[in-house]
Design a protein around this ligand. Structure first.
Ligand code: ZN
Length: 323
């Protein structure tokens, strides 16, 4: 360990440590390639993370003595690998961090594991204030676009570019399901370890495309449900819609009935999908109705029964007419 390294570490510690009390190692925190979520950090984001991660603690939280098993980042650098390209064809860059641990009896096993390359997976938690669609540049934190991650649009692959990193919270050797507003939890591998197989693969088959689209639809449905939480249930809404439709149709039929002199109680017998059809039906119905209604004694005592008899007959005629 050189003097400069020791000095850097001692600026972060409460007391001065000597070289043999410390254990140092390197980890790759993140890179600029597209990850399993179809997201990647911009070059600027990597630069921001480079500063933000200095002094941040890493946790080995599967350990029963987690309190004694933490490491701290004392240095970071961006490493460019020109021989390797990202999935979108740019030189591969990663954020490499140097971390230290104070050697104790409790963490000796852990140190052996790190040296042996057993502890490979690293996850980080940070906040990205900007998430942009790589195809159209839409700001996905505040809006949405029609592009789907993993799909090729012309010569552009769709992925989400994470930018404007506002905070870095922690890093960990195991998957920590951190819930951070507008944040990201990323998992990468410790330097030297084999890069874990990424789950992100460009979509090439119809099935995958359909699945991706279905996923978006499901998400949209969920969003809508959330937005209308406390409002009527979808069933209630569809019932309301149906009731509106029925009332509307009834109103149109009543209007047509009154226009053509058809008794309102018969208006329900009118048929037709549109107002025009209903009016046509009312017009032909009225032709049967007109001569029959004339002799109906409006003032007689049995007017009601007479009317309902006439109505029943007319109804029958209308049915015959309609068939
Ligand atoms: Zn887009």
């Amino acid at each position: 360990m050189d003097k400069e390294t020791l000095n850097k570490i001692n600026t972060l510690t409460r007391r001065e440590f000597s070289e043999n009390e410390l254990y140092t190692f390197s980890v790759i925190l993140c890179d600029n390639d597209i990850d399993r979520d179809g997201e990647c950090f911009s070059d600027a984001a990597l630069e921001q993370l480079k500063s933000l991660f200095i002094g941040k603690t890493g946790i080995f939280d599967h350990s029963p003595t987690a309190a004694n098993q933490s490491a701290r980042i004392y240095d970071t650098e961006i490493v460019t690998d020109t021989a390797r390209l990202t999935k979108y064809g740019q030189p591969y860059k990663c954020l490499k961090a140097s971390a230290y641990m104070v050697r104790t009896d409790e963490n000796s096993t852990l140190i052996t594991e790190i040296d042996g390359g057993i502890k490979k997976e690293v996850s980080i938690s940070c906040s990205a204030a900007s998430k942009k669609c790589s195809v159209c540049g839409c700001e996905l934190n505040t809006a949405s676009c029609s592009h789907t991650k993993g799909i090729q649009y012309g010569d552009r692959l769709c992925y989400t570019m994470l930018d404007n990193i506002t905070d870095a919270y922690e890093w960990s050797f195991v998957a920590v399901p951190a819930q951070i507003n507008a944040g990201v939890t990323k998992k990468f591998n410790i330097e030297g370890g084999k890069k874990m197989e990424s789950d992100f693969t460009p979509i090439t088959t119809q099935e995958d495309f359909d699945a991706a689209v279905q996923e978006r639809i499901n998400a949209a449905v969920e969003d809508t449900k959330k937005a209308y939480e406390g409002w009527s249930s979808p069933e209630e809404v569809s019932q309301l819609n149906e009731r509106c439709r029925v009332s509307e149709a009834r109103a149109v039929k009543m209007k047509a009935a009154s226009e053509f002199g058809i008794p309102l109680e018969l208006s329900e017998r009118l048929s037709g999908e549109t107002e025009e059809d209903i009016r046509k039906d009312a017009e032909s119905f009225a032709k049967f109705l007109a001569p029959k209604l004339k002799p109906t004694p409006r003032t007689s005592g049995d007017a009601a029964s007479g009317n309902s008899r006439t109505a029943a007959q007319l109804e029958m005629l209308h049915e015959i007419n309609n068939n």
